[in-house]
Design a protein around this ligand. Structure first.
Ligand code: 4AD
Ligand code: MG
Length: 431
């Protein structure tokens, strides 16, 4: 008998006796039978108890056990074409480890505030199971992509002395009598890494004090940031395109069963193929004016602009050459028009909008010094960064992809907050 069996691999054990460990999702008595839906973290499956074939006291204990009671069930694996997993368990022995009562999350509808207050329990429900399994597969596909292409994982620090993405969304903290900030992006450290290793990436939590509650913003989110020495804007665009196609294809191949639970339209993901349309900011503004959602001159896109624009295309698009004035200090100006920056945003289709931001970095020391000054950043915090321009400066670039934005789009769900185990937003710090 196998004690290592789990529901997702139950097909291997057809006709054999196995011991499953899990939780009671629900149970329904019918005459001498008791149908138990067991959840073990890998899947769900029906277990059938017949009175007389299971010890009476055990039968009664399971019958009385409430939703989410923990169980150890032994039985034989029998093919059942009506079952979603193709099998059911004919039970011979069962133990209730803990008899749970009044589990707060019942099959009835609950509001989002209630569910997020009970996030530590809500994680067990079928929809959250599917979303967070997809998150896991996305993270794996991301790591696989860079690991198999010569990128070195170089972790960026989380306590930092300087801002990377502007000073309005910084979380400040005290660091032994000094001011420190939680990292908004690991990019500046990857720039040091790229000149040491050629191609690097970091993949970790980043923080932004986003003061508005939107369906696209978290205050703590995970970002993957590759950086490549000697790369220019077109190289970075090609990398972002290839990366996204590869990651989506891998998740489609490995996570189909979870996407089906979410009733995701798979054809939308199958269309994520090269080449992605490439348009400049100025072209996008003209399209948006024609669509009746004009952008203020030289202003950034808001969610309504990105939604309108992405609905015009059946796959991700790459928007380049945003106004230099609305972009970060490190972004290189277009040598043919300094009012435009050598940056790229990748916008996901179906109205999802920006999932990647990146581009080519300013590699000249004097221009960077001027930009740090223009952005009113404290120059002393960037001394080390300027060293990278003094010693072997070269063209380079990279991008950042927000993991939760990717997962929201891949899952086809409305709100980003379900894509991270324990979301942090302007109004939520617990559980
Ligand atoms: O466009 P952003 O601000 O770019 C950077 O941080 C660059 N330093 C990255 C780089 O070039 N290495 O952020 C990159 C991505 C966005 O496209 C988005 O996917 C995600 O990070 N992001 C957020 N995700 C969730 N909540 C937020 N508040 C986010 N802010 C950015
Ligand atoms: Mg951005």
């Amino acid at each position: 008998m196998s004690s290592l069996a789990c529901i997702s691999e139950i097909a291997r054990y057809e006709g054999q006796t196995v011991k499953l460990h899990g939780w009671l999702d629900n149970s329904t008595p019918r005459g001498k039978l008791l149908f138990v839906q067991l959840r073990d973290g890998t899947g769900r499956m029906q277990c059938v108890l017949r009175q007389g074939q299971v010890d009476d006291a055990q039968f009664e204990a399971v019958k009385r056990a409430g939703q989410e009671s923990s169980l150890v069930i032994t039985g034989s694996v029998k093919a059942d074409p009506r079952s979603k997993v193709g099998f059911e368990l004919v039970v011979s022995e069962v133990h209730v480890l803990q008899d749970a009562h009044e589990y707060p999350i019942t099959p009835k509808e609950h509001g989002p505030a209630f569910l997020f207050d009970h996030r530590h329990l809500w994680l067990r429900s079928q929809r959250q199971f599917a979303i967070l399994r997809i998150r896991h597969l996305c993270a794996k596909a991301i790591r696989d992509y860079f690991d198999s292409r010569g990128f070195v994982l170089l972790d960026s620090p989380i306590f930092t002395p300087n801002a990377c993405e502007g000073t309005t969304t910084l979380f400040e903290t005290e660091y032994f009598g000094q001011k420190a900030y939680l990292s908004q992006s690991g990019q500046l450290y990857q720039e040091a890494g790229a000149f040491a290793f050629g191609k690097t990436y970091c993949f970790g939590p980043t923080f932004r004090a986003e003061k508005s509650a939107t369906r696209r913003h978290l205050t703590e989110f995970w970002m993957v940031e590759p950086e490549v020495a000697f790369a220019e804007l077109p190289d970075i665009m090609e990398l972002a395109e290839d990366f996204l196609c590869t990651v989506v294809a891998q998740v489609l191949a490995s996570g189909r069963q979870y996407l089906e639970i979410l009733e995701r339209d798979l054809s939308a993901l199958e269309r994520v193929q090269k080449p992605f349309p490439r348009i400049t900011y100025d072209e996008a503004c003209r399209m948006l004016a024609d669509l009746g959602v004009p952008v203020e001159p030289e202003d950034d896109f808001g969610a309504p602009h990105e939604t309108a624009l992405t609905k015009q295309f059946d796959r991700p698009i790459m928007v380049t050459h945003f106004p230099t004035a609305i972009k970060a200090f490190y972004m290189k100006e277009d040598p043919t028009n300094p009012l435009r920056a050598l940056g790229v945003d990748v916008l996901a289709p179906e109205g999802y909008g920006e999932i990647i931001g990146g581009g080519q970095r300013e590699d000249r020391e004097d221009v960077l010094v001027r930009k740090i000054h223009e952005h009113k950043l404290p120059p002393e915090a960037f001394d080390w960064f300027l060293d990278l321009r003094k010693y072997g400066s070269a063209p380079h670039g990279g991008f950042g992809l927000g993991l939760e934005r990717l997962v929201t789009w891949v899952c086809g769900i409305h709100h980003i907050r379900e894509t991270i185990p324990f979301p942090r937003t302007i109004d939520r710090l617990t559980p």
